[in-house]
Design a protein around this ligand. Sequence first.
Ligand SMILES: Nc1ncnc2c1ncn2[C@@H]1O[C@H](COP(=O)(O)OP(=O)(O)OP(=O)(O)O)[C@@H](O)[C@H]1O
Ligand SMILES: [Mg+2]
Length: 310
Amino acid sequence: MKVVSVINYKGGVGKTTLTANIGAGLAAMGKKVLLIDLDPQASLTFSFFTQDEWLDDLSAKRTIKQWYDTAGDGRAAIKLAELITTPPRVNSLVAGTGGWLDLIASHLDLINTEAILTSAVDPKTGQVPASRYMQVHRRLADGLTDKAFAEYDVVLVDCAPNFNLVTKSAIVASEHLLIPTKPDHLSTRGIDFLGWKVHELVQEYNVHLDETRRRSKAVPRLARPNPAVVFTMVQYYNGDPLGTLGTYISRVRALGVPTFNTMIRDRKAVFAAAPEYGVPAILAANHDTSAELRQLVDEFLTWTGRTPES
Ligand SMILES: Nc1ncnc2c1ncn2[C@@H]1O[C@H](COP(=O)(O)OP(=O)(O)OP(=O)(O)O)[C@@H](O)[C@H]1O
Ligand SMILES: [Mg+2]
């Protein structure tokens, strides 16, 4: 099982679109895929379920909100695996391949769970006890060790455009970080920032780990997840990225972060409508965008086959 977070502090860069399409593309190739929606906007959830399905079947008991809400507060613990759902329409299209696509849904009220940590601050020291820090940061990583998840080839985690505790718990659980990016000034600056924040998190985590390790050596040190940038919404002119876009693409490559060769072109008409039908664009026949997305999925498989950098 490979855990990949799809992440970028910048909003609207195509994180959810790529999570849905890569997930569906992998399932169509026979892979067993789990998507986890960690964004309170719940766009990934609503890419596969209708509002009515969510309200009737999921919202009250089967979303990631209920699971984060009960993080060590004494309430009856929900197992992460109990939240797994199987979206019907996309699975009817991949049936027969041996693969399938499951989803853990999000909730519009998924709060910033930073409050869980704040409430754990020791009034005498002003610090969060290391054991509590580890517990909340490892919540997703520990949840995914349940044997119910062993059957998945890939777990893709769609993160919200922020760096709060829920997002940090996704990074802690991930071997790989897929970073969708638009080739423009603000988006490319965000990559540097993200790299720095991930570096800070890994250091902070390992300091807390060392404190708790005096008691137990069961948890390994955290290595920096393996990042890669994929350019999205790229506009072309005569076969090349339009105008200054090429400059931003070169600038990101110069940062030394690996980048996917496949870039996803700007196709509003294709991507805007897909979520309404519960089937990502990659499974819709007759447009060149689905071929481009399949190429991205091939590259994704090669990328995740590599061992993470430390
Ligand atoms: N290649 C593309 N070409 C044109 N439009 C796209 C493309 N990819 C995504 N979009 C559209 O851009 C918008 C934002 O995409 P998406 O929701 O995937 O981004 P996001 O990074 O997940 O956003 P957020 O940060 O809010 O979670 C959506 O309306 C989507 O349909
Ligand atoms: Mg999103």
